[in-house]
Design a protein around this ligand. Structure first.
Ligand SMILES: *Cc1c(COP(=O)(O)O)cnc(C)c1O
Length: 392
């Protein structure tokens, strides 16, 4: 199955990714094609990124329109698309201010820096510790891997950044025991993604909010994967009646163009002053034009409502699969961020799906994750479910 491009890749691309032997060449909607012309229904969506599907015509048009006008001038100057995108995000979330960057890890870097800066000079005690969760994932830069609760991400990079404490997710008592006046923030994903698709227990996030308020610590939600409609609401925090002080976004915000954002309440955001933080590319016109169009399509075409509906349908189909196959031990997730945990290794199942024309991905060895474009149809879900039924 090897072809020239794959052989060349082995020679010239850093060896950080294990990939199946296909080369993907084009995409449209929920489908991609490889260089041999074989098509695949895409339940990975570039890791929860291409929520409107591949090459969405309105996003393509918005980007091309801006390409004719201005790509980039840096943040030494004001630009219109950046301001419009920030305005949309502020109007549709808890937040008052936005800082733009280029990836999820960078958004979390900004959140970590802001949380520390907020207490620097603003508190009698030295407050820089951040409480994070076991099994969490926050990125691959030095600060964000230090914040990540998975050893495999940190292995080989010692010494990691100081000041992170880890407790189990969904454990209120562990948080109550750990949080004190050395804690500047509690950082968590409302639904843990890479760590295995773990949802918060009823009432858990409200308790986390309460404990943060009592201790005077900030609450930071990493919504890089859960945000922008993925869970059936625009932001996952809206399911739980809890607002954070800081929230990070990335993945689906640009539908495939690289963008990250760190959002915060005014009193917190104001700890950043001229020169506190910066990014050359962050919020550049060509990307923010496309991202604004992504958000317009999302709301005008009621994509989030669709996600909630078909997500529930998908979940029921997976529960049906579980009732039929004892190899499925759990069905987890919300909206179109779903997974099945198997009692065997997931990789052979992923490879079988690939052969049959479906992209799915495996996390934590045994969890098959489904994070398709939010525009996926019931028929397409049925096609995958019957493929899985057959394989299992
Ligand atoms: C993907 C992800 C990140 C890292 O995003 P990058 O763009 O790869 O840096 C951080 N947090 C969560 C929850 C993610 O899912």
């Amino acid at each position: 199955m090897k072809n020239d491009i794959i052989e060349k890749a082995e020679q010239v691309i850093a060896n950080t990714y294990k990939r199946p032997p296909i080369v993907i060449e084009k995409g449209m909607g929920c489908r991609v094609w490889d260089t041999k012309g074989k098509s695949y229904l895409d339940f990975v969506a570039g890791v929860a990124v291409c929520s409107l599907g591949h090459t969405h015509p309105r996003v393509v048009k918005a980007m091309c329109r801006q390409a004719d006008i201005l790509f980039h001038v840096s943040n030494l100057y004001y630009t219109v698309p950046q301001v419009k995108l920030a305005e949309w995000l502020v109007e549709n979330s808890f937040a008052d201010k936005v800082f733009f960057c280029n990836s999820g890890a960078e958004a979390n870097e900004a959140a970590i820096k802001l949380a520390r800066k907020y207490f620097n000079g603003n508190s009698k005690e030295e407050r820089f510790r951040i409480i994070s969760m076991e099994r969490s994932f926050h990125g691959r830069t030095m600060a964000t891997l230090s914040a990540t609760g998975q050893n495999k991400v940190k292995k080989g990079y010692d010494p990691v950044l100081e000041g992170f404490d880890f407790i189990p997710f969904n454990d209120v008592k562990a948080l109550a025991d750990k949080i004190d006046n050395s804690t500047c923030a509690v950082l968590l994903e409302p639904i843990q993604g890479e760590g295995g698709l773990w949802c918060p227990d009823p009432g858990y996030l409200k308790e986390v909010r309460r404990l943060c308020d009592e201790a005077g610590a900030l609450l930071v939600f990493d919504e890089i994967q859960t945000g922008i409609g993925r869970t059936g609401k625009l932001f996952a925090y809206q399911h739980f009646g809890v607002e954070p002080d800081i929230m990070t976004l990335a993945k689906a915000l640009g539908n495939g163009l690289p963008i990250g954002a760190m959002l915060a309440k005014e009193h917190v955001a104001s700890a950043f002053v001229h020169g506190s933080h910066a990014s050359t590319f962050g919020g550049t016109p060509i990307i923010t034009s496309a991202a604004l169009e992504v958000l317009k399509v999302l709301s005008e075409e009621k994509v989030v409502d669709h996600c909630e509906r078909v997500g529930e349908y998908f979940r029921q189909r997976l529960m049906w699969l579980k009732s039929k196959h004892s190899s499925i031990v759990d069905v987890r997730g919300m909206g179109l961020m779903l997974g099945i945990e198997l009692d065997v290794e997931g990789e052979p199942v992923v490879n079988e799906c690939l052969d049959r024309g479906f992209l799915v991905n495996c996390i934590q060895g045994k969890v098959i994750r489904f994070i398709p474009p939010l525009i996926i149809s019931k028929q397409e879900i049925d096609a995958l479910v019957s493929c899985l039924d057959d394989i299992l």
